[in-house]
Ligand binder design. Structure first.
Ligand code: FAD
Length: 562
């Protein structure tokens, strides 16, 4: 199902241009007049919408919102169901620090359920402050999928369409945006055609990761997940159902990719596939010098014949590190590996993987030896493992199961993700790991470069200006009752110091999964792209109904922070 977008000034200008040759000078005159008029109309709508986007309606009170939510919504008919009880799950997320209670949760069965509720809320206009948040798997960190006193749409209920696979030269799968990547992996492997780009953890929804970017170690070959989608179906903040792609409704397509849920709810996605490998050689090796480590990582992501996955992490002050690896990796040189002492050092671990099929395994070892011979890691620290393709992709879930057993999965996760330009990475590492972070007992710190030259441009994702930039992810878990270095207070204060350094404008560092509280901070995050982001908001969600938990366009919500 698709419908055309509302008439936009730009569309009118384009239509005028098309007939200009036929009507000659007459039309040139009209066009000048029309342009002037359009600018006035646009400015007028901009001013009105600016009021819509940033202020409270004077007559709406929490009581009227509650009563609208309960009486009118309860009378609506859905193919799925709307619920006003047992809503606590929708006020939680992986970050486990923000708990914003909605008034209702919609469990949609069809796209028209989503379109109906958005049309209904849009038609309430300024008489209501009701907001709507799509919730994927709720793995946000700071309440981004929550809606205080609003409606949360639980996207996992949407099973429309059933996954449908298509072969040919450019194979793809059509999926519901509420689908988990892990389910797509299992289904796609039955056909030998999995998606090309992943996140490190697969129990996330398609709509949730496409609203951010979906970056991981496979990005060196295929770019992030937002690069590997051919087409989307989106329900805008006006309730319109729109199909969009690089060729059709392109502005909306680019807007929602990395769009933090601001322009529409993604309901379907067409995802690019590639032939599946069966097995993976998974390799780790250590460096004690950051410059050598960074040079090798950058070499690997820039060469054509390289590994299929390149990531890395930082090790601070760990004892017995290599011994811990032995449960899943084997040392290439066991005797020298035994003699290596990691105690107290700042180390950098390269993590790489090469995919293969068993019948090619003779060649694969040779290929890997050749690739490794170009690198300058500490020779005694090379560890290798052979795992199935599924096992490497679903590796974080193994840790999840263990942490859940110990009651350590549902703790606060004050994560901080930064994108650091290559030109500033040495300065960043020297300051952050020399002066701020002295210990990382609270969780891993990932560090790896990506090369954005082949990434899709024009999306809403904000990255540093350099073509190569580093993903630095501080993935902390806070121990609930700890007042020490693994306690929430200490980690938040450390994050604050890292952020205060990183926000120096000359560094050009950007947050990934960004989190800010004021419009000024968001403007600074988007920089010169803010105007486009704002213009798109006016086009697709002029009443600022969608994804209020991102706190970009606020309508005066009283946020509750624990
Ligand atoms: P939610 O948290 O439910 O939603 C995220 C945002 O998107 C919200 O604003 C929500 O309103 C909006 N949204 C959700 N669904 C839709 C939709 N259908 N249409 C429009 N908007 C929607 N990210 C990476 O890039 N790479 C990684 O390797 C990576 N690893 C991770 C590992 C773990 C353990 C966790 C918890 C997160 C990881 N992430 C990673 C971050 C992850 O991509 C984001 O947190 C993502 O938002 C989670 O997806 P979700 O389905 O739970 O979305």
């Amino acid at each position: 199902m698709s419908s055309s977008l509302a008439i936009h000034p730009v569309h009118v200008v384009l239509t005028v241009s098309k007939y200009e040759m036929v009507f000659g000078e007459y039309l040139t005159f009209i066009r000048q007049k029309t342009r002037a008029l359009l600018i006035l109309v646009f400015l007028h709508s901009f001013m009105i919408n600016r009021i819509y986007l940033s202020s409270n309606h004077p007559f709406a009170t929490p009581q009227t919102i509650e009563s609208i939510a309960h009486s009118s919504l309860a009378e609506m008919r859905f193919e799925g169901r709307i619920s006003f009880e047992n809503l606590e799950f929708a006020a939680r997320d992986f970050g486990n620090r923000y708990h914003l209670m909605p008034s209702a949760v919609l469990h949609p069965k069809s796209v028209s359920d989503i379109s109906s509720i958005l049309r209904y809320v849009y038609d309430l206009g300024l008489s209501s402050e009701l907001k709507v948040a799509a919730r994927g798997h709720g793995h946000s960190l700071e309440g981004q999928a929550q809606a205080y006193r609003g409606v949360v749409i639980s996207m996992e209920s949407l099973r429309d369409p059933e996954m449908s696979f298509h072969g040919g030269k450019h194979p793809y799968v059509d999926v519901s945006a509420g689908e988990l990547w892990i389910n797509i992996l299992h289904e796609s492997l039955k056909r030998g055609l999995p998606p090309r780009s992943w996140t490190d953890y697969l129990h996330l929804t398609v709509g949730g990761t496409l609203s951010n970017a979906g970056i991981s170690g496979q990005a060196l070959r295929h770019g992030p997940q937002i690069n590997n989608v051919y087409q989307l179906q989106v329900v805008t903040g006006r309730g319109e159902v729109v199909t969009c792609s690089d060729k059709q409704n392109t502005d909306l397509f680019h807007a929602v990719l990395g769009g933090l849920g601001q322009f529409g709810i993604i309901t379907q996605a067409r995802i690019a596939l590639e032939p599946a490998p069966k097995m993976v050689k998974w390799i780790r090796a250590l460096y004690s010098d950051f410059s050598t480590f960074a040079r090798d990582q950058e070499h690997l992501i820039s060469s054509n014949n390289s590994f299929d996955y390149v990531e890395g992490f930082i090790i601070i002050n760990r004892t017995g590190l290599l011994n811990n690896w032995r449960s899943s990796f084997s040392p290439k040189d066991p005797i020298r590996a035994d003699q290596f002492n990691s105690d107290g050092k700042l180390l950098f671990c390269l993590e790489i993987a090469k995919y293969y099929n068993p019948r090619e395994s003779d060649n694969i070892d040779q290929d890997i030896d050749t690739l490794l011979s170009e690198l300058s890691y500490i020779r005694s620290t090379l560890f290798m493992s052979e795992v199935s393709y599924v096992n490497i992709l679903d590796r974080v879930h193994v840790s999840e199961v263990k942490l859940r057993e110990e009651g350590l999965w549902e703790v606060p996760h004050p994560w901080l993700n930064l994108l650091v330009p290559r030109s500033r990475i040495h300065e960043f590492v020297a300051e952050v790991f020399g002066n701020i972070v002295k210990d990382m007992s609270s969780g891993p710190v990932l560090i790896y470069p990506v090369n954005k030259t082949r990434w899709r441009s024009g999306t809403s994702l904000i990255t540093p200006d350099d073509d190569v930039f580093y993903m630095i992810a501080f993935l902390s878990s806070a121990m609930p009752s700890s007042t020490g270095k693994d306690g929430l207070k200490h980690i938040l204060s450390q994050n604050k110091k890292i952020l205060s350094f990183s926000q120096r404008p000359y560094l050009g560092i950007k947050q990934y999964l960004p989190h800010y509280s004021t419009e000024e901070e968001w403007e600074a995050h988007f920089g010169p792209h803010w105007e486009v982001f704002y213009r798109r908001k006016l086009s697709y969600d002029p009443l600022a109904i969608l994804a209020p938990g991102q706190r970009i366009f606020r309508r005066g919500i009283a946020y509750v922070q624990q």
